[in-house]
Design a binder for this molecule. Structure first.
Ligand code: SF4
Length: 350
């Protein structure tokens, strides 16, 4: 493909099929494209390695930007609300386009492209929302959606002749067959599954997040990160217990503990690692110990020993000391069940 250096576009890029195709369609016109990949840490960004690989194959630059802090602000109070779950898609797109605009100005680019397709998603990919999103981002007329452009009014770069409209597409709706056919034509044979795995569109993850934001509006990054791991139990507004469901999650919980955190383990039976998050008294430790016993292999025994450890620091390295040992007699399943937040596992892969 010949590149006409004088025209430059910035692409919102996720490594997924649609955003990759939008780049290829514009590059095919000889326009230089630089891609921006925004990291929010909610799963949509888990394709970063893949995105890099694709960018190398097709010869475009990609820059990664961490927008987690700004995204968290948006997530707490999205002006345009949430979609079906906790996905604030309209505000999310506004934020990403605002950031893309900054980069566009910095790089002297002429417009921004996205892989969005009209009516592909019910919330943010509707005609009126495209207009709102572009306006709120300060980019009215400067956001070109190459895959669906023929269904929309011409943008300024099209009107100015920087982009040939007749080489753009008019895809619309949820079917991805036209994109798949186009991908074949470009030699793009592999791509991640659609929806990009954004955790905020997962009903179970959303239940956990909603509960967290309701209980603790000043939520921290670590609290959000922890939502991805284990089973969660709410003991009181200030205290939560997280139980690892497998070896990997147990290791994650052990490694995420910071000084002052309390971890629990069964003494005589294999079982989960349990982390207590928030302010803790003896009472919370005892409840966490019964939860730990409930998920250990000794749950049917009449007596189960659980050790509680406090995370400390030794020579600058995290360490742990025994805080107390609890003896649990006959686990109370019903009580524990009532403390559980969002019992089912996520639908999205993490
Ligand atoms: S699904 Fe919605 S909230 Fe999640 S990254 Fe995409 S636009 Fe943003």
């Amino acid at each position: 493909m010949l590149e006409k250096k004088s025209t430059k576009a910035i692409a919102l890029y996720s490594g997924g099929l649609d955003s990759t195709l939008s780049i290829l369609v514009i590059k095919q016109q000889g326009i230089e494209v630089e891609a921006v990949y925004f990291v929010t840490n909610f799963g949509c960004d888990k394709n970063s390695e893949w995105a890099l690989k694709v960018s190398r194959k097709f010869g475009f630059e990609v820059r990664f930007f961490d927008i987690e802090d700004k995204f968290l602000e948006t997530l707490r109070n999205p002006r345009y609300g949430y979609g079906k779950n906790m996905n604030p898609c309209v505000d999310c797109r506004i934020l990403m386009l605002k950031e893309a605009k900054k980069y566009m100005n910095e790089r002297g680019a002429h417009f921004v492209i996205t892989g969005e397709v009209l009516n592909q998603r019910p919330f943010s990919q509707r005609r009126q929302f495209f207009k709102t999103i572009d306006r709120e981002a300060g980019l009215s007329g400067y956001v070109l959606r190459p895959l669906t452009a023929l269904c929309l009014e011409p943008t300024i770069p099209e009107k100015e002749g920087l982009v040939k409209r007749d080489l753009l597409y008019g895809f619309e709706g949820r079917s991805r067959k036209p994109q798949m056919a186009l991908a074949q034509r470009f030699g793009l044979y592999e791509y991640p599954t659609p929806a990009g795995g954004c955790l905020l569109t997962d009903p179970i993850y959303s239940l956990r997040l909603r509960e967290l934001l309701k209980t603790n509006p000043e939520v921290k990054k670590r609290d959000i990160y922890l939502l991805k791991i284990g089973r969660h139990f709410r003991l009181n507004p200030e205290c939560k217990v997280i139980v690892g469901r497998n070896k990997k999650e147990n290791e994650m919980l052990e490694s995420i503990g910071v000084t002052g955190d309390i971890l629990l383990k069964a003494v005589d039976f294999p079982g989960p690692t349990v982390l207590i998050v928030g302010s803790v008294t003896e009472h919370e430790i005892d409840i966490a110990a019964s939860i730990c016993a409930r998920y250990s292999d000794g749950k049917l025994k009449r007596e189960i020993r659980i050790k509680a450890y406090i995370v400390t620091e030794k020579n600058g390295e995290p360490s742990k000391e025994v805080l107390k040992e609890c003896i649990i007699h006959n686990v109370n399943y019903d009580f524990i069940e009532r403390l559980l937040i969002a019992p089912k596992p996520f639908q999205k892969s993490l």
